[in-house]
Every structure is written in structure tokens, then in C-alpha cells.
Design a binder for this molecule. Structure first.
Ligand SMILES: *[C@@H]1O[C@H](CO)[C@@H](O)[C@H](O)[C@H]1NC(C)=O
Ligand SMILES: *[C@@H]1O[C@H](CO)[C@@H](O)[C@H](O)[C@H]1NC(C)=O
Ligand SMILES: *[C@@H]1O[C@H](CO)[C@@H](O)[C@H](O)[C@H]1NC(C)=O
Ligand SMILES: *[C@@H]1O[C@H](CO)[C@@H](O)[C@H](O)[C@H]1NC(C)=O
Ligand SMILES: *[C@@H]1O[C@H](CO)[C@@H](O)[C@H](O)[C@H]1NC(C)=O
Length: 622
């Protein structure tokens, strides 16, 4: 009796569980956006990216003859370029497998070749899915996206080819808004792909490039303003995608995977997201940015992952204790999500991590995986395991995938088929509870402006209007945000929405280039003061060289106070509110920031001998 009832209870529980999983998968509303460190859906409910990589369309296959090879994701471009597995399992089966893994999002790599190849695929590549016969690779990708999104999954597109950004001259920040870049394949392909799936709300993200890393001779960098600058290129393309292709899509920017020469004695490093602390992105639609980083046990903060040639004496992630791994993960990536109220605060998606599920696995590797999962759970991180689908067979039986098919027998042997040591850890990850209550609270937003390279105007309203200071270098906060801090280094500023004064399309913005609006006394004696008209506040500024050229004032939709903390000098030292909200937006330079409830009413500077006209003081009012 007891037995029957408990069997009955677990049957009921199982049914509830299954139906709950199904409901959960459909129970979210696109588009996605961000609130602080969380990704949220259209209703403001948390949408944790619980994901996996379904690779293959990036050109994973080694060669045309070897359709089953899954030995490397660093692609061979002469490849089938289809999502893996379609010859062995039908789409229904594959998606059932994903549901059983309790993921909600698929990272779906593609390659240049996949887009441009107009030949039709061979029937044998889709044996289990005859409905896909006769299609091009791109049409198969379409069908896979339709099946995934119909089922409820979110899909993140990922440019995953081996060539790196700097190969193609894609990055010229001076031409950030320059439409003549249409010959730039990287950007053109992205605009094409995002536009193609624009009507499918569940295509939620554009993951701009995979594992940017050193070429044979050259390092990528983050903010050097040259054509190897991944920060600039991703900033530029992210804005283009949001303005030209789809304002709803999340833009995913991965940190730099590798710089330097992996030989002891030479500098070598995996920067990942470390540089974001000093230099973060601000898109025209700021709540669309998600950062990403990859971690495998065989690499390390200074270890390339190589064995033999290119192997250094640096520790690999699997050599760290749990405590040290938590710290290094935080320093390299997780801090971006965990530090609140900074210009860089954003969701961090650990968009690749993984390990073999079969065979001899060293204790250090197992420990690394368990500790990694523990870090993801403890810090409630968004994640994507690598990979979802692979093959088991005589020559390629490493079993990294969560769902494997035997190429000879066509039989599935996945995470839950009894032979995989990772099942328990995986369950604890996908079934972890907790997290923010729903709807997620909307924290104050902090964003930085960076005029190092040229204009950095992030207001869509202003971008549709005439240039307010032709020839000068201009910076402006995204709509809804205002300037709250400036750097004496001229090219950086801090924006916030801590108070919304409701500047809208209907309200004018006034460019100020003299002292005609100075009121309330001489608040910076001996200095030139560009002050906003009454009831206006600073949303942008322009410089020529280092000198302040104009201040752009937005007219608030209400009367503004003239009290507040008044003049804040920062020509001889930092002058920021306690707690340094917003973070360090110009490393190594003096910064002035108003209190959170204040607005900037004016900027003072001087060009007298020895001064370069850089911002020296701001007038803080409320
Ligand atoms: C998919 O394949 C499974 C066997 O693996 C089969 O039971 C099922 O009927 C197939 N579904 C479709 C829609 O072809
Ligand atoms: C992916 O990026 C590489 C390098 O910039 C570029 O050559 C390729 O065209 C891109 N592919 C797509 C589909 O965007
Ligand atoms: C865009 O930039 C290119 C190269 O710098 C230049 O030749 C072209 O005139 C620019 N086009 C526009 C519309 O500004
Ligand atoms: C290792 O990486 C750190 C940053 O994590 C860097 O400061 C250091 O210089 C690197 N060491 C070498 C040998 O390159
Ligand atoms: C990053 O780059 C290194 C060196 O090129 C490579 O071995 C490694 O697999 C890449 N990925 C990660 C996550 O480290």
C-alpha cells in the first residue's frame, strides 16, 4: 500500500515536473533586456540564461568526408556547417533532449560560409530530418531556429568563425555611424542575420564574436583606438545592430581570450573581462548589453591551454583550490555582475565551459568542474555549457556533449543515459533556486562616455537632430540618462538616470558656448563657465583637443532647483561622493561627480597659460 502510494506520488511529481518544465519554457515574453546584473523579459521577470551551445553551423566538421567528427570547435572552414546531429536524430527528439536538460536558451554559432554558401546540402547530412532535404545551409539554420523558438527556447546568434576581427579592417571608430562601411563583411553579415530573424522575438541575442585572441603576430586590445581594438569594434557594431537591424536584441560582448606569447619569460595573459572595470560599453539602448567569458579547466589566467609547445609554467584553472578559483573567476569575469552601481555593472554570461563526461578524468579536472558549477550557483551566474550535441564512437569518444549519438548505431547516449559522471552537478546547476524576486527591481543605471577616438553620442533623439558642434568631438548620454560626472582628462564622462528630468523628443536641447546663462553668482572665479539656461541640465558636451567646446543642455519637463552642493573642483584631485558610485570611469585621471540626486548645471575650465581647457569644475544642483 505504502509502496503503491509512494510510486503514485512520484509519478504525479514527475508529471508535474515535466509539465512545469514545459510551461516554464514558454512562460516568458520577449524582448529581453537588462536590469543591473540580471537579464529580464518584457514583464521584468528574471530570465536567467540557462543555456547550452549547439554548434556545427560554425563549421565544426573536419572535412566533407568526416561528418561525425567533433574533435575541435576551432573550425575548419571547409565544412558542412550545419547544427550537429541532424543526420541521427529528428528535431523533435533533439529539442526533447534540450527540454529534459532544463535549459531555456541555445547559443547557436554560425559562420560566414554558412551564410554565403548557396549550394544545397547533401541528403545524408539530414537523414533523420528528411524535411530539410534540398535546403541551403542557411535555410537549415532557419528551420532549426524556427523549431527552437516555436518550442519556447531563446536563441542567441554567435559569429564563431576562426578569423578574428582585426583581419578585416572592420574597426574604424571614426566611422561609427558611417553607412559607407557596407563593404565590411563582418558588420554586413551581422546586420543581415539580425534583420533576418527580427520578426522572431525569441531570437534574443547577437553574440558578436567568439574568443577574440592573438593572431600570429598581433594582440587584440581593449581601448587602444587602433584597428585591433575589440572594445571599439564591438561598441561600434553593437550600436549599428541596435539602430539599423533590431532595437530589441541583446548585444553580447565577450572578453579577450588571449594576448601575448605563451612562453615563460614573455608576457602572456587571458584578459577576459578584466579591462571592463576601466572601460565599459555604452550603447544607444543601454539596457541591451551582456558581457560574456569562457572558462575551461585546461586553460588558466596566464595559461593558453597548450600541452607541449606553448605550455608555460602558469597554473591552469583546474590547479586552483575552490577558494582561489572563486577569486580568479570573480577577478576575471563575475565582478562585472557582482559589483552593483558601477558603469560596468551588467549581466555576465559564462557562455562556454565544459569537460569530458566519459573516460579517465583526472581528479583535478573533476574538482574544477564541480567548483566551477558551484561558482555559477553561488553567484547566480548566467551560463552556457559547451557543447550540447556531439558523437560517441571509436575515434571521437570524448563525450564532452550532454547529448551524444553513436554515429554507427544512431543510438543516443546522453547525460541521463547512465554513463555520464556530470549528471549530478548539472542537476544542481539547472535546478538551483533563489535569485531576485519578480519583477526584478530596476536599479539606477550608470554608464560611461568615451571620446578617446571620436564622437560618442548615444542619444537617439540627438542623433536624429542636427550636429550641435560640427568639427568638435562630442559625447552625449543615452536618452533618459544625464551627465553626472566628468574627467579632467576631457575624454570620459559618467551618465546616470538616478533622477529622470524627462527630456523628450518635444523638448529642446541648447548648445552653450559662452557665459550668457551664468546665474547664481560666480561659481568658479577666474574660470570660463558654460552654464545651462534655467530648468536645463547637462546631457552632453564637446571638446576640441582637450578644451571644452560646448555644453549641451536638455530642457527638463519641470522646474529645477538651484540648491545642491554647488561647485565641485577636480583639477587637483578627485571630487566624488562617498562610495564612488559609478566606479572609476577614467582611470588615472581626476574626476568630479555630483551627488546622486543632483544634476550638472555647468562646466568650468580655463585656457590660461599651463591649462589646456579641460573640465576643471562642475556646478552641482538639485
Ligand atoms: C523522431 O524520432 C523518434 C525516434 O527517435 C520517433 O519516435 C519519432 O516519431 C520521431 N518524430 C518525428 C516527428 O519524426
Ligand atoms: C565573423 O567574423 C569574421 C571576422 O570578422 C568575419 O570574417 C566573418 O565574415 C564573420 N561572419 C559573420 C557571419 O558575421
Ligand atoms: C565614411 O568613411 C569613409 C572612410 O573613412 C569615407 O571615405 C566616407 O566618405 C565616409 N562616408 C560618410 C557618409 O561619411
Ligand atoms: C598573468 O596575468 C596577470 C593578470 O591576470 C598579469 O598581470 C600578469 O602580467 C600575467 N603574467 C605573465 C607572465 O604574463
Ligand atoms: C583561448 O585561447 C587559447 C589560446 O589561443 C586557446 O587555447 C583556448 O582554447 C581559448 N579558449 C579558452 C576558453 O581559453
Amino acid at each position: 500500500m505504502v509502496k503503491i502510494s509512494s510510486a503514485f506520488t512520484s509519478l504525479v511529481t514527475l508529471c508535474l515536473l515535466v509539465s512545469h518544465v514545459h510551461a516554464g519554457l514558454r512562460d516568458w515574453t520577449p524582448p529581453l533586456s537588462t536590469r543591473g546584473r540580471y537579464v529580464v523579459d518584457a514583464n521584468g521577470a528574471r530570465f536567467k540564461l540557462k543555456s547550452g551551445n549547439w554548434h556545427g553551423a560554425s563549421g565544426t566538421y573536419k572535412g566533407s568526408a568526416d561528418i561525425n567528427s567533433d574533435s575541435s570547435h576551432h573550425a575548419n572552414e571547409n565544412a558542412h556547417t550545419l547544427p550537429l546531429g541532424l543526420q541521427h536524430a529528428n528535431l523533435t527528439d533533439i529539442l526533447d533532449g534540450f527540454e529534459r536538460l532544463r535549459i531555456n536558451t541555445i547559443r547557436l554559432p554560425f559562420s560566414n560560409q554558412m551564410i554565403h554558401d548557396t549550394t544545397t546540402i547533401q541528403d545524408s547530412w539530414v537523414t533523420a530530418n528528411p524535411q530539410l532535404r534540398g535546403l541551403t545551409r542557411l535555410q537549415v539554420y532557419d528551420a532549426v531556429i524556427k523549431a527552437l523558438t516555436d518550442r519556447g527556447f531563446a536563441v542567441i546568434l554567435n559569429n564563431h568563425t576562426i578569423k578574428s576581427i582585426w583581419c578585416c579592417g572592420a574597426n574604424d571608430g571614426n566611422d561609427r555611424w558611417n553607412k559607407s562601411q557596407s563593404d565590411d563583411t563582418w558588420a554586413a553579415d551581422w546586420l543581415f542575420m539580425v534583420s533576418r530573424y527580427r520578426s522572431i522575438g525569441r531570437v534574443v541575442g547577437a553574440d558578436l564574436y567568439n574568443e577574440v585572441r592573438r593572431d600570429l603576430l598581433d594582440d587584440p586590445n581593449w581601448g587602444f583606438n587602433d584597428n585591433h581594438d575589440w572594445y571599439q569594434a564591438s561598441q561600434w557594431l553593437g550600436d549599428r545592430i541596435l539602430t539599423e537591424a533590431n532595437p530589441n536584441i541583446l548585444i553580447i560582448v565577450e572578453g579577450i581570450n588571449w594576448t601575448g606569447i605563451p612562453v615563460d619569460g614573455f608576457p602572456h595573459h587571458r584578459p577576459t573581462l578584466e579591462p571592463v572595470r576601466r572601460l565599459s560599453h555604452t550603447f544607444v539602448i543601454p539596457n541591451k548589453l551582456v558581457y560574456a567569458a569562457h572558462f575551461y579547466g585546461y586553460t588558466g589566467p596566464n595559461h593558453s591551454g597548450a600541452t607541449g609547445l606553448g605550455e608555460t609554467s602558469d597554473p591552469r584553472y583546474r590547479d586552483f583550490s575552490k577558494t582561489d578559483l572563486f577569486q580568479v573567476m570573480r577577478d576575471q569575469a563575475s565582478y562585472v555582475a557582482l559589483d552593483a552601481d558601477k558603469h560596468y555593472t551588467a549581466p555576465v554570461w559564462i557562455s562556454e565551459f565544459g569537460i569530458e563526461g566519459r573516460g579517465q578524468i583526472a581528479d583535478s579536472s573533476r574538482n574544477w568542474f564541480n567548483n566551477m558549477i558551484s561558482h555559477l550557483i553561488t553567484n547566480d551566474m548566467d551560463f552556457a555549457i559547451w557543447p550540447l550535441i556531439g558523437y560517441l564512437g571509436p575515434s571521437n569518444n570524448n563525450g564532452w556533449a550532454l547529448l551524444n549519438w553513436d554515429p554507427t548505431t544512431g543510438k543516443r547516449d546522453g547525460l541521463y543515459d547512465g554513463n555520464d559522471w556530470r549528471a549530478g552537478a548539472w542537476d544542481s546547476l539547472v535546478d538551483a533556486t533563489g535569485g531576485p524576486s519578480s519583477p526584478v527591481a530596476t536599479p539606477t543605471r550608470w554608464q560611461m562616455l568615451n571620446l578617446d577616438r571620436g564622437d560618442f553620442v548615444k542619444s537617439l533623439i540627438q542623433l536624429s537632430r542636427a550636429d550641435w558642434d560640427p568639427g568638435a568631438r562630442k559625447g552625449m548620454c543615452p536618452d533618459g540618462l544625464r551627465l553626472i560626472g566628468l574627467s579632467a582628462g576631457s575624454t570620459r564622462a559618467l551618465c546616470t538616470n538616478s533622477v529622470d528630468y524627462k527630456w523628450t523628443t518635444g523638448n529642446p536641447a541648447t548648445a552653450v558656448w559662452d557665459e550668457r546663462y551664468v546665474s547664481g553668482g560666480d561659481w568658479a572665479g577666474g574660470y570660463t563657465k558654460y552654464q545651462c539656461p534655467p530648468d536645463s541640465y547637462v546631457v552632453g558636451y564637446a571638446i576640441r583637443g582637450s578644451k571644452v567646446s560646448t555644453v549641451l543642455c536638455a530642457q527638463a519637463s519641470r522646474t529645477l532647483g538651484t540648491g545642491g552642493s554647488g561647485t565641485r573642483w577636480f583639477d587637483r584631485g578627485d571630487n566624488r561622493p562617498t562610495g564612488e558610485v559609478g566606479g572609476d570611469f577614467h582611470y588615472g585621471k581626476y574626476k568630479g561627480v555630483c551627488e546622486t540626486d543632483e544634476y550638472i548645471a555647468g562646466i568650468a575650465f580655463t585656457t590660461r597659460i599651463g591649462s589646456n581647457g579641460a573640465p576643471a569644475a562642475i556646478l552641482c544642483r538639485k
